[in-house]
Design a protein around this ligand. Structure first.
Ligand SMILES: [Zn+2]
Length: 425
């Protein structure tokens, strides 16, 4: 199904990149090449470092936490060296994809992107980031838009002593992994099955969505003072908390045997997570990277899958990722709550778009990719929905890009009809 000429050209372009990376003599760096081989590393060279001492190319600057200057290889721990090298390797790979395969005009004129590792500070649109004690972030990654605002400093008495205007370009934050003990979380939750939270969860969450709710839950979990607790997030609505808490309780009752002991994600180590974040940057001329809608997250997943050459994301990397997998090759049932932002990591859009790759029931991989790419221009808003807008915009794109718009439109209509009514396709 995937062996088209188009795909071959992708392989050719990316293959050339890898050869050119390896052809220059110099220092060797370990990276984690393919998710399918587990966490085994290979050695590569980076001929395009601006200065061989530092983790910086013309395209990417890898920095630690809040720093401005790039990481210095000789001063890094083995783990941070692997993170920084892995980021340069996979970000370069992702950028080449958007340049050579998608011919992205935006990526062709992209500025150098700053990449922060070990960074727990939450994004703040006025101050760039919040104080590190204010909703610290773990087990995730975030791409942020360019912005401007102020950085303020306070003295011991809490009086403001400095207010400096600042501005920043697009950046990607990679958060540290922090294993969360599922047992601990479950033990802290109320036991009473008549609890209204459980009732909400039973009404709202379908069994297949429990793991999604769990994943979403990690955006709300913090591990302060040694104890895991659910915290509110500045970017999400409070109502979500009850649902997530309810999902945990449901799992405790029904599904506990499915749970691993801990959940964690070392985002900088996982190739598809890096592709996902760079896709946000590449799409950011239309789609604001931190809007967090199911459509925008689904787009980043879809292009991550394109770059990785598989719709199975973050699998088989147990050393660095557990509980964060997505599998776009599996059909998922549609339900209205998948339109909510707290379901944006469900992988539904990835599965929906990937299913359209089917040659018989869909449009094939090449045409689907072309339509998805074209439709991004009109799916940029906070309220762009999967069922109404995404399917509609793909049909509109087909009207001017498909060879047989009439027939192909019928194929799209039939495909979406099957998917949105949860019939077998
Ligand atoms: Zn994302």
């Amino acid at each position: 199904m995937m062996k088209t000429n188009f795909k071959k050209s992708v392989v050719l372009v990316l293959g050339t990149l890898l050869v050119s990376m390896a052809a220059h003599a110099g220092e060797k760096f370990k990276v984690i090449p393919r998710v399918h081989n587990g966490a085994a590393t290979i050695e590569v060279e980076f001929p395009n470092l601006k200065d061989p001492r530092f983790a910086e190319t013309p395209d990417f600057k890898i920095v630690n936490q809040m720093e401005d200057s790039p990481l210095e290889w000789s001063k890094l721990s083995d783990e941070d060296r692997l993170r920084a090298a892995n980021l340069i390797y996979h970000l370069t790979y992702a950028k080449q994809y958007f340049l050579n395969v998608m011919h992205s005009e935006e990526v062709a004129k992209l500025e150098q992107i700053t990449i922060r590792i070990n960074f727990i500070n939450d994004y703040n649109r006025r101050t760039h980031w919040s104080d590190e004690n204010n909703n610290p972030q773990y087990n995730t990654s975030n791409s942020i838009p360019a912005g401007s605002g102020f950085r303020v400093k306070f003295d011991d008495k809490g009086e403001m002593i400095e207010k400096t205007p600042i501005s920043w370009n697009r950046e990607i934050f990679f958060r540290p992994a922090k294993p969360l003990s599922v047992k601990d979380i479950l033990n802290k939750l109320p036991q009473d099955p008549l609890n209204p939270t459980i009732k909400t969860a039973r009404d709202v969450i379908y069994p297949t969505q429990i793991s999604t709710a769990i994943q979403n839950g990690f955006r709300y979990l913090s591990n302060t003072n040694g104890s895991t607790q659910i915290v509110s997030s500045t970017t999400h609505q409070v109502g979500t908390l009850a649902v997530i808490e309810g999902a945990f309780i449901l799992m405790k009752q029904v599904n506990r045997w499915l749970l691993p002991n801990t959940y964690y994600l070392d985002a900088a180590m996982v190739p598809e997570v890096i592709y996902h974040e760079f896709s946000h940057i590449a799409l950011s001329d239309y789609m604001t990277p931190n809007l967090g809608t199911p459509v925008i997250e689904g787009y980043a997943d879809y292009f991550a899958a394109q770059i990785a050459g598989t719709p199975k994301l973050a699998k088989k990397l147990k050393a660095y990722s557990r509980g964060f997998e997505r599998d776009g090759s599996k059909s998922k049932n549609y339900s209205l709550d998948l339109e909510n932002n707290d379901q944006s990591t469900s992988g539904y859009v990835l599965s929906l778009l990937w299913g359209l790759h089917d040659q018989k029931k869909g449009l094939g991989a090449d045409k689907t990719l072309e339509l998805v790419w074209d439709a991004r221009k009109n799916l940029k808003t906070y309220d762009a929905e999967i069922r109404n807008q995404l399917s509609h915009e793909l049909r509109l794109s087909c009207q001017h890009l498909c060879a047989h718009p009439g027939n192909d439109d019928m194929t799209i209509i039939q495909y979406f009809d099957l998917r949105f009514t949860n019939r077998k396709y």
